[in-house]
Design a protein around this ligand. Structure first.
Ligand code: RP5
Length: 165
């Protein structure tokens, strides 16, 4: 599996059907200038290839994994079982509105943590922001980019105008 050059984040989703939502994570990382590698790999459909990719990411210096999955969403937990690199889970919407995905990820038994974000779009955005915050602890340029993002976000809120009746 050929990795993108020097990724700091490994993005993985259980199915390409997750991408329309999970691409929000990729966009946030791109805007902040954080290099990432992205793959569709499944804990139950491609377990061997998943492990190979995790090892490649570790060797390449990936500092955070972002894992999106829906339904019986064990992808993030399986990755967390194979590495001590932090794994952030993003539950995808499902036939049960993503509640099954959320509980699968967030209710990990003690010992193998999966910090879990909200379901769907907001979770996708916040997963990338959380990954950036972790990496920024040792990256002053990224810290500045995150502070700038917060400033711009606040300016947009403060510039809100109500629509005319
Ligand atoms: C999970 O099952 C995927 O992460 C996806 O959210 C869900 C449905 O996958 P598809 O049936 O669309 O491939 O493995």
């Amino acid at each position: 599996m050929a990795l993108t050059n020097s990724p700091k984040v490994g993005i993985v989703m259980g199915s390409i059907s997750d991408w329309p939502v999970f691409q929000r994570s990729a966009k946030v990382l791109e805007d902040l200038g954080v290099p990432y590698d992205k793959q569709v790999l499944s804990a139950h459909r491609t377990p061997k290839e998943l492990e190979v990719w995790i090892r490649e990411c570790e060797e390449a210096g990936v500092q955070v994994f972002l894992a999106a999955a829906g339904g019986a969403a064990h992808l993030a937990g399986v990755i967390a079982s194979m590495t001590i690199v932090p794994v952030l889970g993003v539950p995808m919407e499902s036939n049960l509105q993503g509640l099954d995905s959320l509980l699968s990820m967030v209710q990990m038994p003690g010992g193998i943590p999966v910090p879990t974000l909200g379901i769907g779009k907001a979770g996708s955005t916040n997963a990338a922001l959380s990954a950036a915050a972790i990496i920024a602890l040792n990256d002053p340029t990224l810290k500045e980019a995150l502070l700038q993002f917060r400033k711009e976000q606040a300016s947009k809120v403060l510039a809100t105008e109500f629509p005319e009746n």
